[in-house]
Design a protein around this ligand. Sequence first.
Ligand code: AMP
Length: 363
Amino acid sequence: MNAQILVINAGSSSVKYKLFNFPSGSLILKGLVERIGEKGSSVKNHLQAIEKVLGSVKEKIGSLDKISGIGHRVVHGGEKFREPVIIDSSVIKEIRRNIKLAPLHNPANLEGILACRKILPNVKQAAVFDTAFHQTIPEYAYMYAIPWDYYRKYKIRKYGFHGTSHNYVAHKAAEILGRPFNKLKIITVHLGNGCSMAAINRGRCIDTSMGFTPLQGLIMGTRCGDIDPAIVLFMAKECGLSWDEIDKILNKKSGLLGISRISNDFREILSQVNKGNKYAKLALDMFAYSVKKYIGAYILILGGLDACIFTAGIGEHNSWLVNKIRKDLNRILKPAPKVLIIPTDEEKMIASLSYKLIKKRLN
Ligand code: AMP
């Protein structure tokens, strides 16, 4: 049976959307509503943004009755959601409960869900969580070595993010290699403005570089990645910075931007390296080193490597970095693992996971 699945990725000031046809998985329409709630914008809130999205969908396919289901990206599913789920009031309650774990993302994701439910109350909706793919990580890898009560009381642990992207490119890699997903040892390297890696052992994620928040792990566009946590205390005590200032420094002013002192945009960094800028060169070297270090660790925890997959803006467009890693891997591993660039498509993965869930209820 033919089904039209609408994917909604609601952020704080924008809503990205894509409409797919299933079972073929072909894209029918995509778009973006921006500047939600900004001064002078005609889109005052998420309800109006979703109305705009649905207006474009209606124009394209004739009637909103043709939408078979809606898949929503939700950043944080906490420990409860290991799989995508059909949204009901208890799911909404749980997403709301997880706002404290993802204060920048879950509120906007929820606004998108509530708006769709209000306008299309009879259409099945699914939530696909960025954290879900990482829920197979074993306890010894997701716990932090801080007193256990902080886990019990506050759920402080590694969750990992970008899960939908890691899941998508890892499955795509298995398809390209013509081998079963659950037989492969794969490292996925998502390098965009946010950067993260995942170690996937025979179909199960066993570790990922982001942690309790998306600040941990690799060096990113504006995020610092791994640092000694005592630096935060030093910034507060010795530099006299407030918690908000430290938050801004580590999330918005660090990473490639902080070191290069030029930009968080990789293209700009590369062009400055070519002009001989030493700060840009240092930022590039640190970035490549952090990727390499994690790959090394992941090879050992996987006990080998069949494929290393690069994706997202930086991963998809910078063959020199991919070639450098390929050369290193060829030198140390026999047989040499496959190193592939695979464009990510989180919306397509959300659509296909949602379709699987919604299909069961359409028959
Ligand atoms: P994303 O978050 O996936 O959109 O990735 C954003 C990052 O990818 C930015 O650092 C961009 O500079 C980088 N990027 C995007 N396109 C290219 C390109 N053609 N060449 C080099 N870097 C690129």
